[in-house]
Design a binder for this molecule. Structure first.
Ligand SMILES: [Zn+2]
Length: 295
């Protein structure tokens, strides 16, 4: 009689122990799942970049856009409007892309960020002599780069937008072609179509080498938010803030066109034609992220 009783007790103990182990394992797994799942999803969303060609140049080169984040508020950064003459603005944009890839959390949750690093790839090719990404080491001397300012139709793209467009415009003391009509050039069309489709809250255009941040306007004055972001970028980066560019008359600029459709746009002019001044620009970018994440 004693043996079966012991056997019953032993069986009961085994069942209880098995149940305890089961419950323990179940609880442990649940606890592990709870905190890791959302974090992992966020990271995956943030690190996924969407690279799309938003158009092609006169010579058929892709104009690429890199998009990060999933927030409702969209900001666009554009480099290389003046091609190989301002190749450093292209390198700055690529530096920003590389930085986001490694530091995806820099983009606040409510933002989507698009970087269009090279708006005039034919002009870059004219100076750099190679397709795709390049480095500062294999570039010609500064005096040979002016030819790369224009697209393959010899048009100054930042005179081809629909803000007081005229067929001829100016660059310093020179007359430049602004195309046969507003948006006659495929590179300007690519930017226009991207903006019209995505309706960004702001556009930041990187140029060189006036060492300043400029506001924008067409005929209706400077938008209040344009002044806010000009001042935010200027304060953080140390580039002086200038409300209107008056060194020489300009027509058909991209920033003015954005202002004409109520989108704040600023021009950030780097200090030289060779440097990307990364720390200063990262500070400016962070100031804009800060501004738009508090809206
Ligand atoms: Zn420029």
């Amino acid at each position: 009689m004693q043996f079966p009783l012991n056997k019953k007790i032993a069986t009961a103990i085994i069942i209880i122990v098995a149940l305890c182990v089961g419950i323990f394992v179940f609880i442990t797994l649940q606890n592990k799942k709870a905190p890791t799942t959302p974090a992992k999803i966020t990271e995956e969303i943030n690190t996924v970049s969407k690279r799309t060609a938003i158009g092609t140049s006169v010579e058929g080169r892709n104009i690429d856009a890199y998009t990060y984040g999933t927030g409702k508020t969209h900001i666009v950064f554009i480099g290389g409007m003046h091609g190989g003459y301002e190749w450093n603005s292209v390198l700055l944009a690529y530096k920003f892309i590389d930085y986001i890839e490694v530091n995806p959390k820099i983009i606040p949750e409510n933002l989507t960020v698009t970087v269009i690093p090279s708006a005039n790839p034919d002009g870059v090719y004219k100076v750099v002599g190679k397709e795709g990404r390049f480095s500062a080491t294999n570039l010609p001397p500064k005096e040979d780069t002016a030819v790369g300012r224009f697209n393959a139709n010899k048009v100054d793209l930042n005179r081809n937008f629909d803000c007081n467009w005229k067929p001829k415009s100016t660059w310093q003391n020179k007359v430049v072609s602004a195309g046969t009509k507003a948006f006659s050039e495929p590179e300007a069309v690519a930017i226009r179509d991207f903006v019209m489709k995505n309706k960004p809250v702001a556009g930041i255009f990187w140029h060189s080498q006036a060492n300043a941040v400029y506001a924008s306007d067409c005929d209706n004055g400077i938008l209040p938010q344009t002044l806010d972001i000009m001042n935010a970028y200027s304060k953080a980066s140390g580039y002086g803030a200038v409300k209107s560019f008056d060194a020489y008359p300009i027509s058909g600029d991209a920033e003015g066109w954005m202002a004409s459709i109520n989108i704040p746009a600023i021009t950030v002019e780097l200090q030289t034609h060779e440097t990307i001044e990364w720390d200063r620009n990262l500070a400016g970018i962070k100031a804009l992220f800060d501004y738009y994440s508090k809206e």
